[in-house]
Write a protein that binds this ligand. Structure first.
Ligand SMILES: Cc1ncc(COP(=O)(O)O)c(C=O)c1O
Length: 426
């Protein structure tokens, strides 16, 4: 006999078989537990600045893998990579444990001699430049454009030296950089381009989908929960270059191969060789299943983000103390973040006080993206960077604030944020 009962996913940690079923059970009876789709598994305390959008289909896809034989390095990871290629138009995809690992591997795959320099933006998360240090290189920054807050191609040109080997442009907040111009500079100076698109999956540049690698040697995604789609932790490298792809596959798994063509000898079915110094940067198969499920909804997620952006833009357009983000005409941004520029003098409040007030009185979470990387103590100490080195970025940082933006925001959430901002003019 087969019994089934329905439970909520939130109860699965301690599933108890109801007494009325228990009483009827005989020794060989099977119990099938049906997981009921639930809306409010993830109760958000107030409104955070970012949040994942995970539904019961996503959860079921993870459970399916956990109930299968291979929970890491299985078929879902292969499928996730295939789907990312289909979505972006890139020839090859490597998924790995997070965006930082993806950046580390991408720079490593270039095989640069120690002491190389690479140029990136100071307006980014530290991972965009740390990846060069991991590979014995020196991160050099080029200041940003005032309007897009992205790296300024003219300033990249001024930072190129004999040691420069690569450029890492970052599509800040989901706004693509001027990739054609950056690629031109790279070609003229024999440099590689690794596009950090951790903020910009789902965006377009001059009609080209981000990730197709038309303007870069490799492109990086992150699947951290605040990003457009999530695998918990996770990242990907997209490329059209087969040699990079093969090297990246090796580096992701300790530099170990079982491919007879790559081994010096082959002693038998157990045999493998470590032919390079790699890492364990693999992603699990249940994370890949979540990635596949989320990728299927990515365009919907982006659409919802754009709707919220439209509402914010409309609501703030006449407020003189706040400037909404600007879009360059060649981009279709996917808006990972909604970063506003606030004149704190006009509202008679410091940024720290505003953040405390929004959190305490309105339960609204906000963030600051980013503290300029060159001003981090590690960078000051090891590379001699100091205040004043990148004035446009530093000026931008003083007034930047990221308001809540994620697909699960309800109308009430959006209106609450708008109202809280509008009240500041009083
Ligand atoms: C621009 C940028 N690059 C790289 C990363 C690193 O990604 P992950 O958190 O997946 O390691 C992040 C993460 O926030 C990021 O914002």
């Amino acid at each position: 006999m087969r019994f089934n009962f329905v439970t909520k996913i939130s109860d699965t940690e301690s599933i108890k078989i109801p007494d009325e079923i228990k009483e009827k059970l005989k020794e060989n009876d099977e119990v099938e537990i049906l997981i009921q789709p639930v809306k409010d598994v993830y109760q958000i305390e107030g409104i955070p600045y970012g949040h994942q959008s995970v539904d019961s289909l996503d959860i079921q896809s993870v459970i399916d893998v956990l109930e299968s034989d291979l929970i890491t390095q299985g078929p879902k990871t292969v499928e996730f990579e295939k789907r990312l290629c289909e979505y972006t138009g890139a020839k090859y995809a490597i998924v790995c444990s997070n965006g930082t690992a993806a950046l580390h591997l991408a720079v490593k795959a270039l095989d640069l001699a120690p002491g190389f320099e690479g140029i990136t933006t100071p307006n980014t998360f530290v991972a965009s430049s740390n990846c060069m240090i991991y590979n014995n290189g020196k991160p050099v920054f080029a200041d940003i454009q005032e309007d897009s807050h992205n790296i300024d191609p003219d300033k990249i040109k001024k930072k190129i030296t004999d040691k420069t080997k690569l450029i890492i442009p970052v599509d800040f907040a989901g706004h693509p950089c001027d990739m054609e111009e950056i690629q031109k500079i790279a070609k003229e100076n024999d440099l590689f381009v690794i596009r950090d698109a951790c903020h910009s999956i789902g965006s377009h540049y001059k009609g080209e989908k981000t990730g197709n690698c038309k303007y870069s040697d490799m492109t990086i995604f992150s699947f951290h929960p605040v990003k457009h789609m999530t695998t918990g932790e996770g990242g990907a490298i997209l490329t059209n270059n087969k040699a990079f792809y093969e090297r990246l596959k090796l580096l992701r798994t300790h530099g170990i191969t079982r491919d007879p063509d790559l081994m010096a000898k082959n002693d038998g079915p157990w045999y493998y060789e470590m032919v390079d110094l790699g890492y364990n940067y693999r992603i699990t198969d249940f994370q890949s299943a979540l990635g596949i499920s989320q990728l299927g909804k990515l365009d919907q997620f982006v659409k919802k983000r754009l709707q919220i952006v439209k509402q914010y833009n409309e609501a703030f357009k006449d407020l003189e103390f706040i400037k909404s983000p600007k879009e360059r005409e060649y981009t279709d941004p996917s808006y990972h973040l909604y970063v506003v520029d606030i004149d704190f003098k006009k509202i008679n409040m410091s940024r720290a006080d505003l953040i405390r007030k929004l959190e305490k009185e309105k339960q609204i979470g906000v963030q600051v993206h980013y503290i300029p990387v060159h001003l981090q103590p590690y960078y000051r100490k090891n590379f001699g960077y100091k205040e004043g080195d990148y004035p446009v970025c530093e000026e931008y940082y003083r007034s930047a604030l990221s308001l809540p933006l994620y697909p699960k925001m309800s109308m009430e959430n959006i209106e609450r944020v708008i109202q809280a901002v509008q009240e500041l003019k009083k």
